[in-house]
Design a protein around this ligand. Structure first.
Ligand SMILES: Cc1cc2nc3c(=O)[nH]c(=O)nc-3n(C[C@H](O)[C@H](O)[C@H](O)COP(=O)(O)OP(=O)(O)OC[C@H]3O[C@@H](n4cnc5c(N)ncnc54)[C@H](O)[C@@H]3O)c2cc1C
Length: 549
Protein backbone atom coordinates (compact mmCIF):
# COMPACT_ATOMS: atom_id res chain seq x y z
CA UNK A 1 0.00 0.00 0.00
CA UNK A 2 1.42 3.40 -0.93
CA UNK A 3 0.14 6.10 1.40
CA UNK A 4 1.30 9.62 0.74
CA UNK A 5 3.01 11.12 3.78
CA UNK A 6 0.65 14.00 4.58
CA UNK A 7 -2.97 13.88 3.53
CA UNK A 8 -3.19 17.68 3.62
CA UNK A 9 -0.50 17.82 0.91
CA UNK A 10 -1.57 15.11 -1.51
CA UNK A 11 0.14 14.47 -4.80
CA UNK A 12 -1.46 16.80 -7.32
CA UNK A 13 -1.06 20.29 -8.67
CA UNK A 14 -1.23 21.47 -5.02
CA UNK A 15 -3.94 23.50 -3.32
CA UNK A 16 -2.89 26.81 -4.84
CA UNK A 17 -3.02 25.95 -8.51
CA UNK A 18 -5.26 28.25 -10.49
CA UNK A 19 -9.01 27.55 -10.61
CA UNK A 20 -10.00 27.00 -14.26
CA UNK A 21 -13.61 28.07 -14.74
CA UNK A 22 -15.98 26.84 -17.38
CA UNK A 23 -17.59 29.26 -19.77
CA UNK A 24 -20.00 31.03 -17.45
CA UNK A 25 -23.03 31.07 -19.80
CA UNK A 26 -22.39 27.68 -21.39
CA UNK A 27 -20.40 24.49 -21.16
CA UNK A 28 -16.74 23.82 -20.84
CA UNK A 29 -13.64 25.39 -22.23
CA UNK A 30 -14.58 28.43 -24.38
CA UNK A 31 -11.67 27.58 -26.72
CA UNK A 32 -13.34 24.27 -27.60
CA UNK A 33 -16.77 25.68 -28.46
CA UNK A 34 -17.92 24.64 -31.93
CA UNK A 35 -20.81 25.22 -34.31
CA UNK A 36 -23.44 22.78 -35.51
CA UNK A 37 -22.44 20.11 -38.05
CA UNK A 38 -24.16 20.67 -41.42
CA UNK A 39 -26.11 17.41 -41.13
CA UNK A 40 -27.61 18.54 -37.82
CA UNK A 41 -28.51 21.97 -39.24
CA UNK A 42 -30.36 20.34 -42.13
CA UNK A 43 -32.18 17.92 -39.82
CA UNK A 44 -33.21 20.73 -37.47
CA UNK A 45 -34.48 22.85 -40.34
CA UNK A 46 -36.60 19.91 -41.53
CA UNK A 47 -38.03 19.20 -38.07
CA UNK A 48 -38.37 22.66 -36.49
CA UNK A 49 -38.63 24.93 -39.52
CA UNK A 50 -37.02 28.37 -39.30
CA UNK A 51 -36.30 29.51 -35.75
CA UNK A 52 -35.12 33.04 -34.89
CA UNK A 53 -31.59 33.27 -33.45
CA UNK A 54 -31.43 33.91 -29.71
CA UNK A 55 -30.00 37.19 -28.40
CA UNK A 56 -26.57 36.58 -26.80
CA UNK A 57 -26.17 36.39 -23.02
CA UNK A 58 -24.96 39.60 -21.38
CA UNK A 59 -21.27 39.78 -20.60
CA UNK A 60 -20.43 38.72 -17.05
CA UNK A 61 -19.49 42.26 -16.02
CA UNK A 62 -22.84 43.64 -17.26
CA UNK A 63 -25.01 41.48 -14.98
CA UNK A 64 -26.55 43.07 -11.88
CA UNK A 65 -26.52 40.76 -8.83
CA UNK A 66 -29.82 40.91 -6.94
CA UNK A 67 -28.42 39.51 -3.67
CA UNK A 68 -25.90 41.52 -1.61
CA UNK A 69 -22.34 40.34 -0.90
CA UNK A 70 -21.64 39.16 2.64
CA UNK A 71 -20.99 41.88 5.22
CA UNK A 72 -17.37 42.79 6.02
CA UNK A 73 -17.45 41.13 9.44
CA UNK A 74 -18.73 37.86 7.88
CA UNK A 75 -15.92 37.99 5.33
CA UNK A 76 -13.36 38.66 8.07
CA UNK A 77 -14.59 35.68 10.11
CA UNK A 78 -14.41 33.41 7.04
CA UNK A 79 -10.93 34.75 6.24
CA UNK A 80 -9.81 33.61 9.71
CA UNK A 81 -10.97 30.09 8.78
CA UNK A 82 -9.29 29.76 5.38
CA UNK A 83 -6.99 32.76 4.93
CA UNK A 84 -7.89 36.09 3.33
CA UNK A 85 -6.72 35.01 -0.14
CA UNK A 86 -9.31 32.28 -0.20
CA UNK A 87 -12.45 34.32 0.48
CA UNK A 88 -13.79 36.15 -2.55
CA UNK A 89 -16.86 38.37 -2.70
CA UNK A 90 -16.01 39.77 -6.13
CA UNK A 91 -18.81 40.29 -8.65
CA UNK A 92 -17.54 37.84 -11.30
CA UNK A 93 -16.54 35.05 -8.93
CA UNK A 94 -19.93 35.18 -7.20
CA UNK A 95 -21.70 34.84 -10.55
CA UNK A 96 -19.44 31.94 -11.53
CA UNK A 97 -20.87 30.09 -8.49
CA UNK A 98 -24.50 31.11 -9.07
CA UNK A 99 -25.80 27.74 -10.27
CA UNK A 100 -25.19 24.63 -12.31
CA UNK A 101 -25.34 23.80 -16.01
CA UNK A 102 -28.88 22.70 -16.82
CA UNK A 103 -30.50 24.44 -19.78
CA UNK A 104 -32.69 26.52 -17.40
CA UNK A 105 -29.46 27.51 -15.57
CA UNK A 106 -27.97 28.67 -18.87
CA UNK A 107 -31.16 30.54 -19.80
CA UNK A 108 -31.07 32.32 -16.42
CA UNK A 109 -27.52 33.45 -17.25
CA UNK A 110 -29.09 35.46 -20.08
CA UNK A 111 -31.02 37.61 -17.63
CA UNK A 112 -29.85 41.12 -16.74
CA UNK A 113 -30.41 40.63 -12.98
CA UNK A 114 -29.33 37.38 -11.30
CA UNK A 115 -28.98 35.93 -7.78
CA UNK A 116 -25.53 34.80 -6.57
CA UNK A 117 -23.93 33.61 -3.31
CA UNK A 118 -22.67 36.35 -0.98
CA UNK A 119 -19.10 35.07 -1.13
CA UNK A 120 -17.01 32.15 -2.37
CA UNK A 121 -14.76 30.39 0.14
CA UNK A 122 -12.03 27.92 -0.85
CA UNK A 123 -10.79 25.68 2.00
CA UNK A 124 -7.70 23.50 1.40
CA UNK A 125 -8.02 21.09 4.34
CA UNK A 126 -10.70 19.21 6.24
CA UNK A 127 -10.02 21.39 9.29
CA UNK A 128 -10.67 24.48 7.21
CA UNK A 129 -13.97 22.98 6.01
CA UNK A 130 -14.98 22.39 9.63
CA UNK A 131 -13.94 25.95 10.54
CA UNK A 132 -16.07 27.40 7.71
CA UNK A 133 -19.11 25.41 8.84
CA UNK A 134 -18.57 26.66 12.41
CA UNK A 135 -18.38 30.30 11.24
CA UNK A 136 -21.45 29.86 9.04
CA UNK A 137 -23.40 28.27 11.90
CA UNK A 138 -22.46 31.03 14.37
CA UNK A 139 -23.27 33.82 11.91
CA UNK A 140 -26.45 32.38 10.38
CA UNK A 141 -25.14 31.77 6.87
CA UNK A 142 -26.20 28.95 4.55
CA UNK A 143 -23.44 26.87 2.91
CA UNK A 144 -23.69 25.41 -0.59
CA UNK A 145 -20.86 22.95 -1.35
CA UNK A 146 -19.55 23.53 -4.90
CA UNK A 147 -17.60 20.80 -6.69
CA UNK A 148 -17.30 21.05 -10.46
CA UNK A 149 -20.43 23.17 -10.81
CA UNK A 150 -22.01 20.75 -13.31
CA UNK A 151 -25.26 20.05 -11.40
CA UNK A 152 -28.38 19.96 -13.57
CA UNK A 153 -31.22 19.77 -11.03
CA UNK A 154 -30.84 23.10 -9.24
CA UNK A 155 -28.69 21.80 -6.35
CA UNK A 156 -26.31 24.78 -6.58
CA UNK A 157 -29.00 27.45 -6.43
CA UNK A 158 -27.81 30.04 -3.89
CA UNK A 159 -30.88 29.61 -1.69
CA UNK A 160 -30.33 31.15 1.76
CA UNK A 161 -33.47 29.56 3.25
CA UNK A 162 -34.14 31.37 6.54
CA UNK A 163 -30.51 32.53 6.80
CA UNK A 164 -28.87 35.92 6.24
CA UNK A 165 -26.79 34.97 3.23
CA UNK A 166 -25.11 32.15 1.29
CA UNK A 167 -21.51 30.97 1.24
CA UNK A 168 -20.47 28.97 -1.81
CA UNK A 169 -17.94 26.43 -0.47
CA UNK A 170 -15.73 25.75 -3.50
CA UNK A 171 -13.85 22.47 -2.96
CA UNK A 172 -11.38 22.97 -5.75
CA UNK A 173 -8.33 23.29 -3.44
CA UNK A 174 -9.25 20.05 -1.65
CA UNK A 175 -7.80 18.01 -4.49
CA UNK A 176 -5.43 15.09 -4.90
CA UNK A 177 -4.67 11.42 -4.32
CA UNK A 178 -4.32 10.59 -0.62
CA UNK A 179 -3.53 6.89 -0.90
CA UNK A 180 -3.52 3.99 -3.33
CA UNK A 181 -3.80 0.44 -2.01
CA UNK A 182 -2.58 -1.45 -5.04
CA UNK A 183 -3.29 -4.83 -3.42
CA UNK A 184 -6.88 -4.07 -2.50
CA UNK A 185 -7.44 -1.97 -5.65
CA UNK A 186 -8.66 0.97 -3.60
CA UNK A 187 -7.76 4.67 -4.01
CA UNK A 188 -8.54 7.51 -1.63
CA UNK A 189 -8.97 11.00 -3.06
CA UNK A 190 -9.75 14.41 -1.65
CA UNK A 191 -13.31 15.21 -2.68
CA UNK A 192 -12.61 18.26 -4.86
CA UNK A 193 -10.44 16.22 -7.26
CA UNK A 194 -11.85 16.45 -10.77
CA UNK A 195 -12.43 13.23 -12.70
CA UNK A 196 -9.64 13.84 -15.28
CA UNK A 197 -7.11 14.65 -12.54
CA UNK A 198 -8.11 11.45 -10.70
CA UNK A 199 -7.79 9.35 -13.85
CA UNK A 200 -4.37 10.86 -14.65
CA UNK A 201 -3.08 10.20 -11.14
CA UNK A 202 -4.33 6.61 -11.33
CA UNK A 203 -3.04 6.05 -14.88
CA UNK A 204 0.50 6.96 -13.74
CA UNK A 205 0.20 4.01 -11.34
CA UNK A 206 -1.38 1.56 -13.80
CA UNK A 207 -4.96 1.95 -12.55
CA UNK A 208 -8.25 3.41 -13.71
CA UNK A 209 -11.49 4.42 -12.03
CA UNK A 210 -13.66 4.10 -15.15
CA UNK A 211 -16.32 6.67 -14.22
CA UNK A 212 -17.09 8.63 -17.38
CA UNK A 213 -20.28 10.71 -17.14
CA UNK A 214 -20.70 13.22 -19.94
CA UNK A 215 -19.68 15.90 -17.44
CA UNK A 216 -16.39 14.00 -16.85
CA UNK A 217 -14.08 16.85 -17.84
CA UNK A 218 -15.21 19.19 -15.05
CA UNK A 219 -17.09 17.28 -12.33
CA UNK A 220 -15.48 16.19 -9.05
CA UNK A 221 -15.40 12.92 -7.12
CA UNK A 222 -17.21 14.55 -4.17
CA UNK A 223 -19.92 15.78 -6.54
CA UNK A 224 -20.34 12.28 -7.99
CA UNK A 225 -20.76 10.84 -4.49
CA UNK A 226 -23.10 13.63 -3.36
CA UNK A 227 -25.30 13.11 -6.45
CA UNK A 228 -25.03 9.30 -6.99
CA UNK A 229 -23.80 9.87 -10.49
CA UNK A 230 -23.69 7.20 -13.18
CA UNK A 231 -21.11 7.14 -15.98
CA UNK A 232 -21.12 5.78 -19.53
CA UNK A 233 -19.13 2.66 -18.48
CA UNK A 234 -21.62 1.78 -15.76
CA UNK A 235 -22.50 -1.60 -17.35
CA UNK A 236 -19.05 -2.84 -16.36
CA UNK A 237 -17.83 -0.72 -13.48
CA UNK A 238 -21.13 0.18 -11.86
CA UNK A 239 -22.64 3.54 -10.95
CA UNK A 240 -20.48 5.82 -8.80
CA UNK A 241 -22.20 4.93 -5.53
CA UNK A 242 -21.23 1.27 -6.05
CA UNK A 243 -17.57 2.26 -6.53
CA UNK A 244 -17.42 4.07 -3.17
CA UNK A 245 -15.90 2.00 -0.37
CA UNK A 246 -15.35 4.77 2.16
CA UNK A 247 -16.16 8.42 2.90
CA UNK A 248 -15.09 11.17 5.25
CA UNK A 249 -17.75 13.78 5.85
CA UNK A 250 -17.59 16.99 7.88
CA UNK A 251 -20.98 18.00 9.26
CA UNK A 252 -21.83 21.03 11.40
CA UNK A 253 -21.93 18.72 14.44
CA UNK A 254 -18.98 16.37 13.80
CA UNK A 255 -16.91 14.38 11.36
CA UNK A 256 -17.74 10.87 10.17
CA UNK A 257 -15.29 8.29 8.79
CA UNK A 258 -17.35 5.55 7.17
CA UNK A 259 -16.63 2.32 5.32
CA UNK A 260 -14.44 0.16 7.57
CA UNK A 261 -14.47 -3.12 5.67
CA UNK A 262 -15.45 -4.38 2.20
CA UNK A 263 -18.46 -6.03 3.79
CA UNK A 264 -20.02 -5.38 7.17
CA UNK A 265 -23.09 -6.23 9.21
CA UNK A 266 -22.45 -3.49 11.78
CA UNK A 267 -25.96 -2.14 11.64
CA UNK A 268 -27.45 -0.18 8.73
CA UNK A 269 -24.90 1.08 6.21
CA UNK A 270 -24.51 4.73 7.23
CA UNK A 271 -22.16 5.43 4.33
CA UNK A 272 -25.09 4.98 1.95
CA UNK A 273 -26.89 7.81 3.73
CA UNK A 274 -24.32 10.28 2.48
CA UNK A 275 -24.36 9.03 -1.11
CA UNK A 276 -27.02 11.24 -2.67
CA UNK A 277 -27.19 13.61 0.32
CA UNK A 278 -26.49 16.54 -2.08
CA UNK A 279 -24.59 18.65 0.43
CA UNK A 280 -27.52 18.77 2.85
CA UNK A 281 -25.92 16.64 5.63
CA UNK A 282 -22.38 17.98 5.44
CA UNK A 283 -19.34 18.21 3.20
CA UNK A 284 -17.74 15.07 1.79
CA UNK A 285 -14.00 15.66 2.15
CA UNK A 286 -12.54 12.29 1.11
CA UNK A 287 -13.79 9.49 -1.12
CA UNK A 288 -12.30 5.98 -1.12
CA UNK A 289 -13.00 4.12 -4.35
CA UNK A 290 -12.69 0.71 -5.96
CA UNK A 291 -10.32 0.99 -8.93
CA UNK A 292 -9.10 -1.53 -11.52
CA UNK A 293 -5.90 -2.05 -13.54
CA UNK A 294 -5.79 0.00 -16.76
CA UNK A 295 -7.49 -2.25 -19.33
CA UNK A 296 -5.12 -3.97 -21.75
CA UNK A 297 -7.75 -4.09 -24.52
CA UNK A 298 -10.70 -1.86 -25.44
CA UNK A 299 -12.94 -3.45 -28.06
CA UNK A 300 -15.67 -1.18 -29.45
CA UNK A 301 -18.58 -2.45 -31.54
CA UNK A 302 -21.63 -0.86 -33.11
CA UNK A 303 -24.84 -2.82 -33.65
CA UNK A 304 -28.09 -2.05 -35.44
CA UNK A 305 -31.55 -3.28 -34.57
CA UNK A 306 -34.73 -3.06 -36.64
CA UNK A 307 -36.59 -1.49 -33.73
CA UNK A 308 -36.02 -0.05 -30.25
CA UNK A 309 -37.97 -2.99 -28.76
CA UNK A 310 -35.61 -5.52 -30.40
CA UNK A 311 -32.58 -3.58 -29.15
CA UNK A 312 -34.01 -3.44 -25.62
CA UNK A 313 -34.47 -7.23 -25.71
CA UNK A 314 -30.83 -7.58 -26.71
CA UNK A 315 -29.59 -5.31 -23.90
CA UNK A 316 -31.77 -7.10 -21.36
CA UNK A 317 -30.33 -10.46 -22.48
CA UNK A 318 -26.78 -9.17 -22.07
CA UNK A 319 -27.47 -7.62 -18.63
CA UNK A 320 -29.23 -10.74 -17.37
CA UNK A 321 -26.64 -13.21 -18.68
CA UNK A 322 -23.85 -10.97 -17.40
CA UNK A 323 -21.56 -11.23 -20.41
CA UNK A 324 -19.60 -8.24 -19.12
CA UNK A 325 -19.53 -5.24 -21.50
CA UNK A 326 -18.45 -2.00 -19.82
CA UNK A 327 -20.46 0.27 -22.17
CA UNK A 328 -23.89 -0.88 -23.38
CA UNK A 329 -26.15 1.79 -24.83
CA UNK A 330 -28.99 1.83 -27.33
CA UNK A 331 -30.44 4.89 -29.09
CA UNK A 332 -34.05 4.92 -30.28
CA UNK A 333 -34.90 5.70 -33.90
CA UNK A 334 -35.03 9.49 -33.40
CA UNK A 335 -31.72 9.66 -31.51
CA UNK A 336 -30.10 7.34 -34.03
CA UNK A 337 -31.11 9.71 -36.84
CA UNK A 338 -29.61 12.72 -35.04
CA UNK A 339 -26.38 10.84 -34.19
CA UNK A 340 -26.06 9.73 -37.80
CA UNK A 341 -26.59 13.30 -38.99
CA UNK A 342 -23.55 14.26 -36.91
CA UNK A 343 -21.28 11.69 -38.50
CA UNK A 344 -22.20 12.67 -42.07
CA UNK A 345 -21.32 10.18 -44.77
CA UNK A 346 -20.73 7.18 -42.47
CA UNK A 347 -24.23 7.67 -41.16
CA UNK A 348 -25.99 7.84 -44.52
CA UNK A 349 -25.24 4.18 -45.21
CA UNK A 350 -26.99 3.20 -42.00
CA UNK A 351 -29.90 5.60 -41.65
CA UNK A 352 -32.41 3.08 -40.38
CA UNK A 353 -33.46 1.44 -37.13
CA UNK A 354 -31.61 1.91 -33.87
CA UNK A 355 -27.92 1.77 -33.11
CA UNK A 356 -26.20 0.36 -30.05
CA UNK A 357 -22.63 0.99 -28.90
CA UNK A 358 -20.90 -1.77 -26.96
CA UNK A 359 -17.46 -1.82 -25.34
CA UNK A 360 -15.58 -4.72 -23.81
CA UNK A 361 -12.44 -4.00 -21.79
CA UNK A 362 -9.88 -5.81 -19.70
CA UNK A 363 -7.18 -8.41 -20.30
CA UNK A 364 -7.17 -9.02 -24.08
CA UNK A 365 -8.29 -12.66 -24.00
CA UNK A 366 -11.05 -12.07 -21.46
CA UNK A 367 -12.34 -8.99 -23.30
CA UNK A 368 -12.46 -10.97 -26.57
CA UNK A 369 -14.36 -13.89 -25.05
CA UNK A 370 -16.84 -11.53 -23.37
CA UNK A 371 -17.32 -9.75 -26.68
CA UNK A 372 -18.19 -13.07 -28.33
CA UNK A 373 -20.70 -13.93 -25.59
CA UNK A 374 -22.37 -10.51 -25.92
CA UNK A 375 -22.48 -10.84 -29.72
CA UNK A 376 -24.35 -14.15 -29.46
CA UNK A 377 -27.04 -12.54 -27.29
CA UNK A 378 -27.40 -9.44 -29.49
CA UNK A 379 -27.60 -11.54 -32.68
CA UNK A 380 -30.30 -13.71 -31.12
CA UNK A 381 -32.31 -10.52 -30.51
CA UNK A 382 -32.06 -9.57 -34.19
CA UNK A 383 -29.00 -7.31 -33.96
CA UNK A 384 -26.48 -6.97 -36.78
CA UNK A 385 -22.91 -5.74 -36.46
CA UNK A 386 -22.63 -2.27 -37.98
CA UNK A 387 -19.79 -0.15 -39.33
CA UNK A 388 -17.29 0.03 -36.42
CA UNK A 389 -16.68 3.72 -37.24
CA UNK A 390 -20.05 4.46 -35.64
CA UNK A 391 -18.71 3.26 -32.28
CA UNK A 392 -15.40 5.04 -32.85
CA UNK A 393 -17.25 8.26 -33.62
CA UNK A 394 -19.36 7.92 -30.44
CA UNK A 395 -16.17 7.38 -28.43
CA UNK A 396 -14.46 10.35 -30.10
CA UNK A 397 -17.42 12.70 -29.56
CA UNK A 398 -18.62 11.47 -26.16
CA UNK A 399 -17.62 14.63 -24.27
CA UNK A 400 -18.44 17.06 -27.08
CA UNK A 401 -22.25 16.90 -26.92
CA UNK A 402 -22.56 19.55 -24.17
CA UNK A 403 -20.80 22.02 -26.51
CA UNK A 404 -23.45 21.20 -29.12
CA UNK A 405 -26.13 22.43 -26.72
CA UNK A 406 -24.45 25.86 -26.61
CA UNK A 407 -24.46 26.01 -30.39
CA UNK A 408 -28.15 25.01 -30.43
CA UNK A 409 -29.11 27.68 -27.87
CA UNK A 410 -27.21 30.33 -29.82
CA UNK A 411 -29.10 29.25 -32.94
CA UNK A 412 -32.48 29.67 -31.21
CA UNK A 413 -33.00 25.97 -30.44
CA UNK A 414 -34.00 24.81 -26.96
CA UNK A 415 -32.36 21.52 -25.92
CA UNK A 416 -32.69 19.83 -22.54
CA UNK A 417 -32.35 16.32 -21.13
CA UNK A 418 -34.09 14.34 -18.40
CA UNK A 419 -33.77 10.80 -17.18
CA UNK A 420 -35.48 8.06 -15.18
CA UNK A 421 -35.34 4.28 -14.73
CA UNK A 422 -37.63 1.32 -14.23
CA UNK A 423 -37.82 -2.46 -14.64
CA UNK A 424 -37.50 -4.13 -18.03
CA UNK A 425 -41.20 -5.11 -17.77
CA UNK A 426 -42.21 -1.45 -17.46
CA UNK A 427 -39.63 0.18 -19.74
CA UNK A 428 -41.76 0.65 -22.87
CA UNK A 429 -44.76 1.89 -20.82
CA UNK A 430 -42.58 4.47 -19.09
CA UNK A 431 -40.97 5.58 -22.36
CA UNK A 432 -44.40 6.05 -23.92
CA UNK A 433 -45.68 8.01 -20.89
CA UNK A 434 -42.70 10.40 -20.83
CA UNK A 435 -42.77 10.88 -24.60
CA UNK A 436 -46.50 11.68 -24.48
CA UNK A 437 -46.06 14.14 -21.59
CA UNK A 438 -43.22 15.89 -23.44
CA UNK A 439 -45.11 16.05 -26.72
CA UNK A 440 -48.39 17.21 -25.11
CA UNK A 441 -46.66 19.75 -22.90
CA UNK A 442 -45.34 21.88 -25.73
CA UNK A 443 -47.61 24.25 -27.54
CA UNK A 444 -47.42 27.35 -29.72
CA UNK A 445 -43.89 28.20 -30.76
CA UNK A 446 -42.67 24.82 -29.56
CA UNK A 447 -45.39 22.61 -31.00
CA UNK A 448 -42.81 21.34 -33.48
CA UNK A 449 -40.30 19.45 -31.42
CA UNK A 450 -38.17 16.35 -31.47
CA UNK A 451 -37.89 13.83 -28.62
CA UNK A 452 -34.89 11.50 -28.55
CA UNK A 453 -34.24 8.67 -26.12
CA UNK A 454 -31.57 6.16 -25.21
CA UNK A 455 -30.86 3.38 -22.72
CA UNK A 456 -27.34 3.68 -21.28
CA UNK A 457 -27.38 2.17 -17.78
CA UNK A 458 -28.52 -1.43 -17.49
CA UNK A 459 -29.16 -3.79 -14.59
CA UNK A 460 -30.36 -7.40 -14.55
CA UNK A 461 -33.79 -6.14 -13.48
CA UNK A 462 -34.17 -2.96 -15.53
CA UNK A 463 -32.59 0.08 -17.14
CA UNK A 464 -32.49 3.87 -17.32
CA UNK A 465 -34.19 5.96 -19.99
CA UNK A 466 -32.51 9.23 -21.01
CA UNK A 467 -34.51 11.74 -23.03
CA UNK A 468 -33.36 14.75 -25.01
CA UNK A 469 -35.94 17.27 -26.20
CA UNK A 470 -35.29 19.78 -28.95
CA UNK A 471 -37.69 22.61 -29.81
CA UNK A 472 -37.68 26.23 -30.90
CA UNK A 473 -36.42 28.48 -28.09
CA UNK A 474 -39.38 30.81 -28.44
CA UNK A 475 -39.86 34.20 -26.86
CA UNK A 476 -40.38 32.97 -23.25
CA UNK A 477 -37.83 30.16 -23.09
CA UNK A 478 -37.88 29.40 -19.35
CA UNK A 479 -41.49 29.36 -18.16
CA UNK A 480 -42.93 26.84 -20.66
CA UNK A 481 -40.18 24.34 -19.85
CA UNK A 482 -40.91 24.51 -16.10
CA UNK A 483 -44.54 23.68 -16.86
CA UNK A 484 -43.63 20.83 -19.24
CA UNK A 485 -41.04 19.41 -16.84
CA UNK A 486 -43.59 19.36 -14.05
CA UNK A 487 -46.02 17.39 -16.24
CA UNK A 488 -43.24 14.98 -17.19
CA UNK A 489 -42.31 14.43 -13.52
CA UNK A 490 -45.97 13.65 -12.74
CA UNK A 491 -46.04 11.24 -15.67
CA UNK A 492 -42.85 9.51 -14.49
CA UNK A 493 -44.32 9.03 -11.02
CA UNK A 494 -47.66 7.77 -12.38
CA UNK A 495 -45.91 5.31 -14.71
CA UNK A 496 -43.74 3.81 -11.95
CA UNK A 497 -40.37 5.41 -12.82
CA UNK A 498 -37.90 7.03 -10.45
CA UNK A 499 -37.72 10.81 -10.31
CA UNK A 500 -34.01 10.50 -11.15
CA UNK A 501 -31.69 7.67 -12.13
CA UNK A 502 -28.53 9.83 -11.84
CA UNK A 503 -29.09 13.59 -12.06
CA UNK A 504 -30.31 13.68 -8.48
CA UNK A 505 -33.04 15.64 -6.73
CA UNK A 506 -31.65 19.15 -6.25
CA UNK A 507 -34.29 21.84 -6.01
CA UNK A 508 -36.02 20.86 -9.24
CA UNK A 509 -37.12 17.35 -8.23
CA UNK A 510 -37.60 18.00 -4.50
CA UNK A 511 -41.42 18.37 -4.74
CA UNK A 512 -41.60 14.79 -6.13
CA UNK A 513 -39.35 13.14 -3.52
CA UNK A 514 -42.19 12.36 -1.12
CA UNK A 515 -44.01 10.49 -3.87
CA UNK A 516 -40.87 8.41 -4.38
CA UNK A 517 -39.85 7.63 -0.76
CA UNK A 518 -43.07 8.24 1.17
CA UNK A 519 -43.71 10.56 4.11
CA UNK A 520 -41.88 8.23 6.53
CA UNK A 521 -38.84 8.33 4.23
CA UNK A 522 -38.97 12.10 4.13
CA UNK A 523 -39.24 12.26 7.94
CA UNK A 524 -36.09 10.10 8.18
CA UNK A 525 -34.19 12.51 5.92
CA UNK A 526 -35.35 15.50 7.91
CA UNK A 527 -34.43 13.78 11.20
CA UNK A 528 -30.86 13.16 10.00
CA UNK A 529 -30.60 16.76 8.78
CA UNK A 530 -31.85 18.01 12.15
CA UNK A 531 -29.30 15.85 14.00
CA UNK A 532 -26.23 16.65 11.87
CA UNK A 533 -27.17 20.22 11.00
CA UNK A 534 -29.55 21.55 13.66
CA UNK A 535 -29.33 25.12 12.33
CA UNK A 536 -30.26 23.94 8.83
CA UNK A 537 -27.36 25.74 7.13
CA UNK A 538 -26.39 22.96 4.70
CA UNK A 539 -27.70 23.60 1.19
CA UNK A 540 -31.24 24.59 2.25
CA UNK A 541 -32.52 24.67 -1.35
CA UNK A 542 -31.70 21.05 -2.23
CA UNK A 543 -33.12 17.54 -1.77
CA UNK A 544 -35.98 18.17 0.65
CA UNK A 545 -38.60 20.66 -0.47
CA UNK A 546 -37.89 23.62 1.80
CA UNK A 547 -41.59 24.02 2.65
CA UNK A 548 -41.36 20.54 4.27
CA UNK A 549 -38.15 21.12 6.24
C1 LIG B 1 -23.37 18.42 -19.81
C2 LIG B 1 -23.63 17.59 -18.59
C3 LIG B 1 -23.54 16.22 -18.67
C4 LIG B 1 -23.81 15.45 -17.53
N1 LIG B 1 -23.68 14.09 -17.63
C5 LIG B 1 -23.91 13.32 -16.54
C6 LIG B 1 -23.80 11.90 -16.62
O1 LIG B 1 -23.46 11.34 -17.68
N2 LIG B 1 -24.04 11.18 -15.50
C7 LIG B 1 -24.37 11.78 -14.32
O2 LIG B 1 -24.56 11.09 -13.34
N3 LIG B 1 -24.51 13.12 -14.22
C8 LIG B 1 -24.28 13.90 -15.29
N4 LIG B 1 -24.40 15.26 -15.19
C9 LIG B 1 -24.78 15.86 -13.90
C10 LIG B 1 -23.56 16.25 -13.00
O3 LIG B 1 -22.39 16.29 -13.73
C11 LIG B 1 -23.42 15.29 -11.88
O4 LIG B 1 -24.52 15.46 -11.03
C12 LIG B 1 -22.13 15.39 -11.04
O5 LIG B 1 -22.18 14.36 -10.08
C13 LIG B 1 -21.95 16.72 -10.34
O6 LIG B 1 -20.60 16.80 -9.87
P1 LIG B 1 -19.93 18.21 -9.55
O7 LIG B 1 -18.60 17.96 -8.99
O8 LIG B 1 -20.00 19.09 -10.74
O9 LIG B 1 -20.88 18.73 -8.41
P2 LIG B 1 -21.64 20.15 -8.29
O10 LIG B 1 -22.43 20.37 -9.51
O11 LIG B 1 -20.63 21.17 -7.94
O12 LIG B 1 -22.57 19.86 -7.07
C14 LIG B 1 -23.66 18.96 -7.19
C15 LIG B 1 -24.36 18.83 -5.84
O13 LIG B 1 -23.53 18.13 -4.93
C16 LIG B 1 -23.17 18.97 -3.82
N5 LIG B 1 -21.74 18.71 -3.59
C17 LIG B 1 -20.73 18.86 -4.48
N6 LIG B 1 -19.58 18.47 -3.91
C18 LIG B 1 -19.87 18.09 -2.65
C19 LIG B 1 -19.10 17.59 -1.55
N7 LIG B 1 -17.79 17.39 -1.65
N8 LIG B 1 -19.75 17.32 -0.39
C20 LIG B 1 -21.08 17.49 -0.27
N9 LIG B 1 -21.85 17.95 -1.26
C21 LIG B 1 -21.25 18.24 -2.44
C22 LIG B 1 -23.50 20.38 -4.24
O14 LIG B 1 -23.85 21.20 -3.15
C23 LIG B 1 -24.67 20.16 -5.18
O15 LIG B 1 -25.87 20.02 -4.45
C24 LIG B 1 -24.16 16.07 -16.32
C25 LIG B 1 -24.22 17.46 -16.25
C26 LIG B 1 -23.97 18.21 -17.38
C27 LIG B 1 -24.05 19.70 -17.29
Amino acid sequence: MSTLPDSTQPENEGPDHERAYMRWDGWGDPARAHGLPTGVKLLLAAVLGRVPKAPPAPRLAEVTISTPPLADDDLAALAKAVGGDHVDAGHDVRLLHAGGKSTPDLLRRRQAVQAAPGAVVLPATEDEVAAVLAVAGERGLAVVPFGGGTAVTGGLTPDAGPHRGVVSLDLHRLSGLVALDDLAHEATFLAGTTAPVAENLLAERGFELGHFPQSFEFATLGGFAAMRSSGQNSAGYGRFDTMVTGLRVVTPTGTLDLGRAPGSAAGPDLMRWFLGSEGTFGVITQVRLRVHPTPEARLFDAWTFGSFAAGVDGLRGVAQLGTGPTVLRLSDEAETAVSLAQVGSIGKALAKGCTAVVLHEGPAELAASRREATARVLRAAGGELADPRLAASWDHGRFRAPYLRDALLAGGVFCETLETATTWSNLQTLKAAVTAALADGFAGERARNRILCHVSHVYPTGASLYFTVIAGLGTEPLEPWERVKSRVNDAIMAAGGTISHHHGVGADHAPWLEHEIGSAGLRMLRAVQAELDPAGIMNPGALVDRRLR
